[in-house]
Design a protein around this ligand. Structure first.
Ligand code: ATP
Ligand code: MG
Length: 291
């Protein structure tokens, strides 16, 4: 099985440390990267695909440094950057043909694969349309389709679900789950539920470090006993919002508010402990310095 190992990988931009001495090993399966803006997710993904070189440390694919593997490594990769480049005047089909050539997909296989990916991503009805006439979500789907053209062993997706509508998100999740059975998929997202639903391993990044990692059950253990539900008046609810991370807030009948509060201690006598979810963990970890 393929293995991708980060060996004390750092990336500095002048004085800014974007990624800080990461140690981690990826194997087959779906890895979900979560973290607030600027946590270092994109920088890490760009290093994984070799677009960026680490300032120090090494990324090893089956014990060999990826820079040294060069084309051999690139052929294993599929990559969807957050802003992917395309030619606006190309049609969807032509663009896929063009990329299949660039990625050296054997010509006798290319057309079948293009058709299958266009249909999997729900783009059949726009296959003959110019890319510039597509909606943002459709362009995103085209980006996902192109990343799969070479049937990559390692698939790296930077916020693949940004801009997808709920139906497309589900379609995408199902596709990734099926693809993840026999390859490595590393994706980032701000949509916690996407990660919760599909990732086998969750990596939470903060200030260039992986602060928590593991499967859903194990990462949620960190917040067990720290998530509470309380029904409060509007005034009390406002005070809570000043002092605690609140992962949800619902208006109830009679002007009351139901709050989901993250707190190491029971926030009020009437609060009820509830089962944590990934959103709670995310808030807990990103607010942690406040406790
Ligand atoms: N080209 C660059 N030059 C200087 N600093 C950069 C550059 N790219 C990223 N950074 C900085 O590195 C840090 C990590 O950025 P990165 O884009 O990896 O974060 P991210 O987790 O992907 O954030 P987002 O969720 O907003 O996409 C940030 O502080 C960012 O400002
Ligand atoms: Mg990013």
């Amino acid at each position: 099985m393929l293995e991708l190992k980060l060996d004390r990988v750092s990336k500095h931009y002048k004085k800014k440390i974007a990624v800080d001495r990461l140690e981690y090993t990826f194997q087959n399966g779906i890895y979900g990267l979560l973290g607030e803006n600027g946590a270092g997710k994109t920088t890490l993904l760009r290093m994984l695909v070799g677009v960026l070189k680490p300032t120090s440390g090494e990324i090893l694919c089956d014990q060999q440094e990826i820079g040294k593997l060069g084309g051999e490594y690139r052929r294993k990769l599929g990559y969807l950057p957050k802003e992917f480049g395309y030619y606006p005047n190309f049609t969807v089909h032509r663009y896929m043909e063009y990329l299949a050539e660039l990625k050296a997909v054997p010509p006798e296989m290319a057309e079948d694969r293009i058709q299958r990916l266009i249909s999997q991503m729900g783009l059949e009805h726009v296959a003959k349309d110019k890319i510039k006439t597509l909606s943002g979500g459709m362009i995103r789907r085209l980006g996902i389709a192109q990343s799969l053209l070479n049937d990559p062993e390692i698939l790296v997706l930077d916020e693949p679900t940004a801009g997808l509508d709920p139906r497309e998100r589900i379609r995408f999740q199902n596709m990734i789950t099926a693809l993840g059975r026999n390859r490595m998929i590393v994706l980032s997202s701000h949509i916690v539920s996407d990660i919760e639903d599909i990732a086998d391993e969750i990596l939470l990044m903060k200030a260039g470090k992986i602060i928590t990692s593991g499967n859903l059950d194990s990462v949620l253990k960190t917040v067990e006993g720290k998530v509470w539900e309380a029904i409060e008046t509007e005034e009390a609810a406002e005070a809570f919002q000043q002092n605690y991370p609140i992962s949800s807030l619902k208006n109830m009948e009679g002007g009351k508010v139901c709050l989901r509060i993250i707190s190491p201690q029971k926030p009020t006598e009437q609060s009820k402990e509830v089962t944590p979810n990934l959103e709670d963990l995310y808030l807990y970890q990103t607010f942690r310095t406040h406790f």
